[in-house]
Design a protein around this ligand. Structure first.
Ligand code: SAM
Length: 330
């Protein structure tokens, strides 16, 4: 199949694959207990794509132009034997990079086996180094030390440089930013400040204020983008202490160069990472569609794509639909 481009001439290069909708954290801005409590109905096993189904779709996406895969969730490490999926994905022609976004809680025991299976990179979410603040974010009492252990184990296993994603929310963890910068400076890991995305209202929040605060302590300079479509704005410490990144997907949209799609755990394809409606691929897959039919379907969906959610959102700062966050972490 020829690589496809959409109505705005954007190729399909990156695929986020959600392998589960479950998570062991209840981060207040993502899966709050009030919504994701005891009664919440998560997907049943039969609704999830199997590893074989994911690998088959990934192979078809690769033939449509996808080069990078990112496994996410929910919490992807809750999916048993994830390394088996990584191994299957690593064997696909055309796939150059496989990454994982995780909360780090199970990473220390999984890092080596994932690396051996073909995982290349890992992004770990961590919103504070202070157990009290972190506990009030994850809402299950998960300790900072366990996540830090996961980060070190990933680096030791060769999954570095580890990116550490910190979602910054005013009044929740903004006081932790300088601590995080201090801790990760010179560590070889890359701290990235993620714009908190509010579902509905405007953020009223500029990450450049935080970059300025870090720069006032440890002078920074901008780093040119490594490739077109890079989502993070990068800065390096002038004294050689490494770099940080800033991802402001709403206030500084990168739709014009967006080459990302998202496959949900139950096999729906979303052509905009903010979209709340996806196209079902599992139905045709399980109904016996052959590769050519599935390829044609993926191609048709991408060619019709015209999404530019964040650009429009920035222009209008109007109300936003419900957002599933599984895509963050690039
Ligand atoms: N469980 C994994 C993890 O924690 O990295 C993967 C999935 S998680 C949904 C992916 C990322 O989305 C995390 O870094 C999380 O902090 C971020 N995220 C969730 N809700 C967000 C929001 N409202 N605004 C910004 N980032 C958010």
């Amino acid at each position: 199949m020829e690589p496809v481009t959409d109505t705005r001439d954007r190729p399909l290069r990156d695929l986020r694959i959600s392998v589960t909708d479950r998570c062991d954290f209840r981060c207040v801005y993502c899966m709050p207990k009030e919504v994701f409590g005891r009664d919440f109905e998560f997907l049943r096993r039969a609704q999830l794509l199997t590893f074989e189904e994911i690998a088959r779709l990934a192979r078809l996406f690769a033939s449509a132009g996808v080069r990078k895969l990112r496994l996410t969730g929910g919490e992807p490490l809750l999916r048993r034997d994830l390394e088996r999926l990584v191994e299957m994905l690593a064997a696909i022609d055309g796939i150059e990079d496989i990454a994982l976004t995780t909360n780090g809680s199970l990473l220390a025991r999984k890092a080596r086996v994932l690396r051996d299976a073909g995982l290349r990179r890992v992004t770990v979410s961590l919103d504070s180094l202070d157990d009290e603040v972190f506990g009030s974010v994850n809402d299950v009492g998960a300790p900072v030390a366990r996540v830090l252990e996961g980060i070190e184990a990933a680096a030791a296993a060769g999954l570095g440089p580890v990116k550490v994603n910190m979602v910054v929310k005013r009044g929740l963890n903004d006081t932790s930013v300088l601590d995080m910068a201090r801790h990760f400076r010179g560590s070889g890991h890359i701290l990235r400040l993620i714009e908190f995305m509010d579902v509905g209202a405007s953020n009223g929040w500029r990450l450049d204020e935080l970059v300025a605060a870090i720069g006032a302590e440890w002078p920074l300079e901008p780093v040119p983008a490594a490739y077109s479509g890079e989502v993070a704005e990068r800065y390096r410490y002038r004294d050689g202490g490494g770099e940080i990144g800033v991802i402001a997907s709403v206030t500084q949209p990168f739709c014009h160069a967006c080459t990302r799609a998202r496959l949900s755990a139950d096999g729906r394809l979303y052509t905009c990472l903010f979209a709340n409606v996806g196209r079902d691929l599992r139905g045709p897959l399980r109904a016996g569609a052959d590769d050519a039919e599935l390829e044609a379907l993926i191609g048709r969906i991408w060619r019709r794509r015209g999404d530019r959610y964040s650009e429009l959102r920035t222009a209008e700062t109007a109300g936003a639909p419900k957002v599933e966050m599984s895509y963050i972490g690039g």
